[in-house]
Design a protein around this ligand. Structure first.
Ligand code: 5GP
Length: 230
């Protein structure tokens, strides 16, 4: 018998650039094709191989602003110098039709979606270390050195908001991370181990490494400031 009035579940997946979010979500949808991925609007230019309406709706700044001012977005944010937004209507329609939907968005968007859909389940994917994140960004060959520097700085900022998420997935080994992602989405009993409070001991060293790196930069800046002053 068909379940009546079943509402779909909303998942928010956030990760710093290079943590493997897009590949993980793609692999997940191959395993679970009933899950929908929301297609965002962006003002950034398409990368090679990206398709209109599949990877993103690529729009210019004026169109983005019109959509935003017309209240079409559930959330929108600026990342890496471009604007991104999630249209509200497809999200609502899918949920009403009983379909689960994933939003692949940044931490600002994730926190804003939680204000509208308090039942949404938020997941944060982290790399095992900042050094691995840098290696992955360099290995993709998509970004210049300056862009990589910017993305590493943005990653530090994003990871500092990780404790506001419901689940943390550490993407050290792709297959394990995929299995973890699947267990949260299917609400399996093992997913309890991935709750942010339980994952704390694992990601704390990552956060400490970021803090010590920020501190040493500050020391360098102070030192540089003193030298300039002298
Ligand atoms: P990229 O340009 O590399 O595809 O994405 C850059 C960042 O924008 C990623 O962190 C991605 O999750 C985020 N992003 C993509 N779509 C949206 C969206 O609709 N809203 C928000 N807030 N962030 C988004």
């Amino acid at each position: 018998m068909k379940e009546k009035n079943k509402i779909g579940k909303l998942f928010i997946v956030t990760a710093p650039s290079g943590a493997g979010k897009t590949s993980l979500v793609k692999a997940l949808v191959e395993l679970c094709p009933q899950i929908k991925i929301s297609t965002s609007h962006t003002t950034r230019k398409p990368r090679q191989g990206e398709r209109e309406g599949v990877d993103y709706y690529f729009v210019n700044n004026d169109t983005f602003e019109i959509l935003k001012n017309n209240g079409e977005f559930l959330e929108n944010a600026e990342c890496h110098g471009a604007k991104y937004g999630t249209a509200m209507t497809p999200v609502e329609e899918n949920l009403r039709a009983g379909k689960d939907i994933i939003l692949e968005i940044d931490y600002q968007g994730a926190l804003n979606v939680k204000k509208v859909f308090s039942d949404a389940i938020s997941l944060f994917i982290v790399p095992p270390s900042m050094a691995v994140l840098k290696e992955r960004l360099e290995g993709r060959g998509q970004n210049s050195n300056a862009e990589i520097k910017g993305r590493m700085a943005a990653a530090k900022e994003e990871i500092s908001h990780l404790e506001k998420f419901d689940y943390v997935i550490i993407n050290e080994k792709f297959d394990q991370a995929l299995c973890d992602l699947k267990s949260v989405l299917s609400d399996s009993p093992e997913s309890i181990n991935l709750e942010t409070t339980r994952q704390k001991k694992f990601f704390q060293s990552l956060i400490n490494s970021i803090k010590s790196c920020i501190k040493s930069n500050q020391v360098r800046l102070i030192f540089f400031g003193v030298l300039c002053w002298m």
